[in-house]
Design a protein around this ligand. Sequence first.
Ligand code: ADP
Ligand code: MG
Length: 259
Amino acid sequence: MSAVKLEHLVKTFGDLIAVSELSLDVREGEIYGLLGPNGAGKSTTIKMIMGLLDPDSGLATVFGIDSTDNPVEVKRMVGYVPEEQQLYDSLTPRELFDFVASIRQLPSDKASKRAKEFAKALDFSQHYDKMIVTLSQGNKQKTMLIAALLHAPKLLILDEPFSGLDVRSAKIMKDIVRIHAENGGSVLLSTHVMEVAQGLCDRVGIIDEGLLIAEGTLDELRSRAHKDGATLESLFLKLTEQEEEVEEGVSVIREALAE
Ligand SMILES: Nc1ncnc2c1ncn2[C@@H]1O[C@H](COP(=O)(O)OP(=O)(O)O)[C@@H](O)[C@H]1O
Ligand SMILES: [Mg+2]
């Protein structure tokens, strides 16, 4: 069974087609990267998977459960870290984790032990009793990640998980994603930073203007673009036909600087 299955998913906002006939699968146990530039439709897709937005048409399911019909059941199976944090500013991380544990009906000693382990791994322990509002973007993100992992979800959905993280924290975040997958968990992450996916994702789907334009392993995409050893970034530009535009832009800048 697929962890996530999207079938002809469509979402419009007025005249804008944010997600267009999107079909894809995230297999159980894999790390799947949804790649695309800003505005491509990644967050909109993820919100439909979480049942936070209703699609105009098409179907999103999580382990066979329809996201629109049964969002509560979907949320039970997923640990979700949104792009924009919706945190309770006046709480401390410790209070937030206790709160999440009680909502999720987790045994509190087990949940707090788990939270402390993650906090230690993420080098976050010293922020445990500070008000969330005072934390940096990266530390708010870690707070969200720990909260999302408390109930040991089968599927992790991370929307732009590496933005705002320093190099060390990004490395730890990657390790957590890998460990989750090694333990049989599935991961769907979105990013507009191509290097993030390289070496982390088992498969990637590239979306542009709401359309899936390519999908596969990095090697498969390379062979499709007839570029051996190409970086994901150059493949992305080629597949979205921005390569020439970018080259033109670069040569304009080069000339301007040479003057
Ligand atoms: N609530 C909304 N109302 C109107 N337009 C929206 C809304 N949410 C997203 N959009 C538009 O839909 C497109 C896709 O957005 P989004 O899914 O956030 O892209 P991404 O996450 O890939 O950057 C963008 O053009 C964005 O401006
Ligand atoms: Mg987004």
